[in-house]
Design a protein around this ligand. Structure first.
Ligand code: AMP
Ligand code: GLY
Length: 430
């Protein structure tokens, strides 16, 4: 089969790496890819949002399977456009992808179908939002812990402000709704109850009927150790997550994922692809923080190395509505992915720094290096983004996986490189 992966980050490197192992794959392409992906697939210089360009490429190259990494093309309708041209694509159509594209849509669906989530109010103008915040803060029961202001639309992961004080919440409304920091994404905001607990990500694969959960994982969103510093795209992830209940995947399937897939099917177009549930385990049970219509980043870099089955067979079965017929087997090993970022990230950073030690890192026991922001110039690897790469290691338990991942990462150097030293740390201490 001729396979195309859309995207060029660490998640897409992990997808390409796993797809390259499939006995069905003869040719592998990635648009636009990165320097690491370029060792496994032919990188094509087409942007993930250039849907017409991608469809033309897939048609001309007779691509049998296109796998879409990022959310933007999914929400913009890439799968619908591919299907209209008879090109098989893995991911949800634009209508079901609204579960990530609009937080208001996701919330309405959750409330209507009894999927556990935080209490919220949807506000369509700043005045209503400010009034809602004042009203919530006047109720001590409700806002003991503060509240969360969320832009309704896609804001590149930045549209969520967890506010401890009333003033912070009002400021978030000004930034989103008045200053329009995230453009039209902030036309409407959700004011949401702040929940407290351990977060866990469950990625499920579905053909619209059958739903299979991959091993649970946990992201580390803050830039610095001990969850300090600003939010990032994710500084590392690990799997499994022993600090949440053992049956978390079953709970997620029963209470969140299957009800959401059924709800979307009831609305008209079945959900096919990956549905990612961002959950929080509260004293009151699991609650859903968010849905994503795609694989998580960096969770995918931690989880895919645990998948034993052929990913092409799974994706093909999803597209053809027969996921029931294939086995999705995962190893019981543990996996830890540590991300190395450019100096200054998530703020301003420089690129073009020479990366050394990649070869030794990938030869380190249990390790695989997934590139994110890298490019190759004259045989040398240079930094080319905020998150530069991640080292994933597997091992018989989390302690060994973590120690292997850090041993691998210590071979790598580039000017300004920084990484968290405590990925999986809470799980290891518990
Ligand atoms: P979201 O994009 O909705 O997942 O939000 C991003 C991050 O904000 C989550 O991973 C949580 O860390 C935090 N967050 C979102 N909603 C809440 C909430 N209701 N209570 C506490 N933290 C939240
Ligand atoms: N790791 C969170 C996300 O992929 O959105």
């Amino acid at each position: 089969m001729r396979v195309l992966v859309v995207g060029g980050g660490g998640r897409e490197h992990a997808l390409v790496w796993k797809l390259a192992q499939s006995r069905h794959v003869t040719d592998l392409y990635c648009a636009p890819g990165n320097a690491g992906i370029g060792k496994l697939a032919e990188c094509i210089n087409i942007k993930p949002t250039d849907i017409a360009g991608l469809a033309n490429f897939a048609a001309a190259q007779k691509i049998d399977l296109t796998v879409i990494g990022p959310e933007a093309p999914l929400i913009a309708g890439i799968v619908d456009r591919f299907e209209a041209r008879g090109l098989p694509a893995f991911g949800p159509a634009t209508d079901p992808a609204r579960i990530e594209g609009s937080k208001a849509f996701a919330k309405e669906l959750m409330v209507r179908y009894g999927i556990p989530t935080a209490a919220y109010e949807l506000c369509s103008d700043p005045q209503t939002a400010h009034d809602t915040i004042r009203r919530w803060f006047a109720d001590p029961q409700r806002t003991r812990r503060g509240l969360v202001v969320k832009a309704d639309g896609l804001a590149a992961g930045k549209g969520v402000t967890v506010s401890s004080t009333e003033q912070e919440a009002h400021e978030a409304v000004e930034i989103m709704m008045v200053q329009k920091a995230y453009g039209a994404a902030g036309d409407r905001v959700l004011i949401e109850e702040r929940l407290v607990g351990e977060e866990v990500s469950i990625m499920a694969i579905t053909d619209g009927e059958c739903v299979v959960a991959l091993p649970p994982s946990q992201d580390h969103k803050r830039a610095l150790d001990n969850d300090e510093g600003p939010n990032t795209g994710g500084m590392g992830a690990y799997s499994p997550v022993p600090i949440v209940p053992d049956d978390i995947a079953d709970q997620a399937l029963d209470l969140v994922l299957r009800p959401a897939i059924d709800a979307i099917r009831d609305l008209g177009i079945p959900y096919k692809g990956v549905l990612y549930a961002g959950l929080i385990v509260t004293d009151d049970g699991i609650k859903t923080l968010e849905f994503n219509c795609r694989f998580g980043d960096p969770e995918t870099q931690a989880v895919l190395p645990l998948l034993e089955s052929d990913l092409v067979e799974i994706m093909d079965a999803c597209i053809n509505g027969r996921l029931d017929d294939v086995e999705v087997a995962c190893s019981t090993d543990a996996s830890v992915c540590v991300v190395a970022a450019s100096g200054g990230y998530p703020g301003d950073y420089e690129t073009g720094k020479l990366i050394e030690g990649l070869e030794r890192a990938s030869q380190s026991e249990g390790c695989v290096v997934f590139h994110a922001g890298t490019r190759e110039v004259n045989g040398q690897f240079l930094t080319d983004g905020g998150r530069v790469l991640g080292v994933t290691a597997t091992g018989p338990d989390l302690a060994q996986a973590a120690s292997r991942a850090y041993a691998g990462l210590r071979h790598i150097t580039f000017d300004g490189m920084h990484y968290r030293t405590d990925i999986a740390g809470r799980a290891l201490r518990s």
